[in-house]
Design a binder for this molecule. Structure first.
Ligand code: ASP
Ligand code: MG
Length: 409
């Protein structure tokens, strides 16, 4: 008998029919002997609808009250799913985050889970009940309702699994696993049977939006066995692993890309201590995240910087940089928001040379100019003109043999 935490996302519980379908599946697994804790999201579209309501009455959306409002989305689903379960003879109980003591810090809208008291859940499980828990919400020290950020139900599920020492945490969603790249761009993209947690973190942060990134970090920290599966079709999904067991794994597990970037360049700044701090610090102080950073070698006592930011921050960053350029007497500031970042990701890179070289050759053969490059132990990223996105991803996918038979990771 296994203890399983399952999480169903908004689409999976998006209508009464779908809620009943989830109930049937859960009841069948309980009948087969497993103990089940089920974490659910709000019905699809509901969180956005609530946000619109809040905006309509007060565009400032006071964070404490917004969390009280948004938490109702998940509260609706736990009640409906528990009713559906009871309706088919499966004993079930619903709990809000507060009721199962999902203690968080007090950062409304992006709270972090600090502690879960699983005693109540355990006692229900012992009595043969299915426990249905509201995702995305918690309670701070003073009893205020908090929420964990968009997509936060994934994190609730992983945290519940960690607190209960569950045998597996299964995230049911509208895709059947993690793919080598986005199938909308490369139809031959293939589901991975397994992927290491490090690769998953790179893929997620780079735009393969299957799991909330924080849930993956959480799973990594507590080594929670985590699996992504489809709620609409049977299949093994993708298992997130913590060891590189298979030495013969593929060099590259996947290709991620991010269309939401823009790049900025400042040329001819003094080549002296404190300049990077001043330029990048000024951007960070405005709460703008900087992703890639490239500094050129100095020449005539000056140097150049190029960095990327989220496209939504482009105008603001350009403005700030232009002001800094005046203070620093820099030569010029330029920018481009028609770029994309493409990354090849794989733990296999650690033990193999020449991966970056292959990537550059593939892009060269396609006549694609590389504007920026950055590397980590398990990833090589390039920035190219956005018009080459499809071409580049397809060429790389094929060059690294990702459409082959055996799934790796
Ligand atoms: N309902 C929340 C959202 O839409 C949390 C979740 O679905 O995971 O972001
Ligand atoms: Mg989600």
């Amino acid at each position: 008998m296994a203890l399983i935490v399952q999480k169903y996302g908004g689409t999976s519980v998006g209508s009464p029919d779908r809620i009943q379908a989830v109930a049937k599946k859960v009841a069948a697994e309980r009948a087969a002997g497993d103990s089940l804790v089920v974490v659910v999201s709000a019905m699809s579209g509901e969180t956005n609808r609530l946000l619109e309501l809040a905006k309509a009455v007060n565009p400032d959306m006071p964070p404490r009250e917004l969390d009280v409002l948004l938490a109702t989305g998940e509260q609706t689903t736990i009640a409906l799913l528990s009713m559906a379960l009871e309706g088919i003879g499966c004993p079930a109980r619903s709990y809000t985050g507060q009721q199962v003591h999902i203690r968080t810090d007090n950062f409304h809208g992006k709270a972090r889970i600090q502690d879960i008291d699983a005693a109540r859940v355990r006692s229900d499980l012992e009595q043969g009940r299915v426990v249905v828990v509201a995702g995305f919400q918690g309670v701070d020290e003073d009893g205020n309702i908090t929420t964990l950020g968009r997509g936060g139900s994934d994190t609730t599920a992983v945290a519940m699994a960690a607190a209960l020492g569950a045998d597996e945490c299964q995230i049911y969603t509208d895709v059947d696993g993690v793919y080598t790249t986005d199938p909308r761009i490369v139809p031959e993209a293939r589901r991975l049977d397994r992927i290491t947690v490090e690769e998953m973190l790179e893929m997620a942060s780079l735009g393969a939006k299957v799991l909330q990134i924080r849930s993956v970090e959480f799973a990594g920290k507590y080594r929670v066995p985590l699996r992504v599966l489809s709620s609409f079709e049977d299949g093994p999904g993708t298992l997130i692993t913590y060891e590189e067991e298979d030495m013969e794994q593929a060099l590259i597990s996947g290709i991620a890309f991010n269309r939401d970037e823009a790049k900025l360049t400042i040329r001819g700044v003094p080549d002296q201590p404190g300049i990077a701090h001043q330029i990048i610090g000024g951007i960070a102080d405005a709460n703008i995240n900087v992703d890639m950073i490239v500094q050129n070698v100095g020449g005539d006592g000056t140097t150049d910087f190029t960095f990327t930011v989220h496209r939504a921050d482009y105008a603001k960053a350009l403005d700030l940089l232009t002001k800094q350029a005046k203070t620093l007497k820099a030569r010029e500031v330029t920018g481009d928001d028609k770029i994309v970042k493409i990354s090849i990701v794989g733990v296999g890179m650690r033990s193999h040379a020449g991966i970056a070289h292959t990537m550059f050759k593939v892009l060269a053969d396609e006549g694609i100019n590389i504007q920026m490059i950055s590397t980590s132990e398990i990833k090589v990223s390039v920035v190219v003109d956005e018009k080459y996105l499809e071409l580049a991803v397809r060429a790389l996918h094929s060059a690294f043999g990702l459409e082959g038979e055996a799934a790796a990771g």
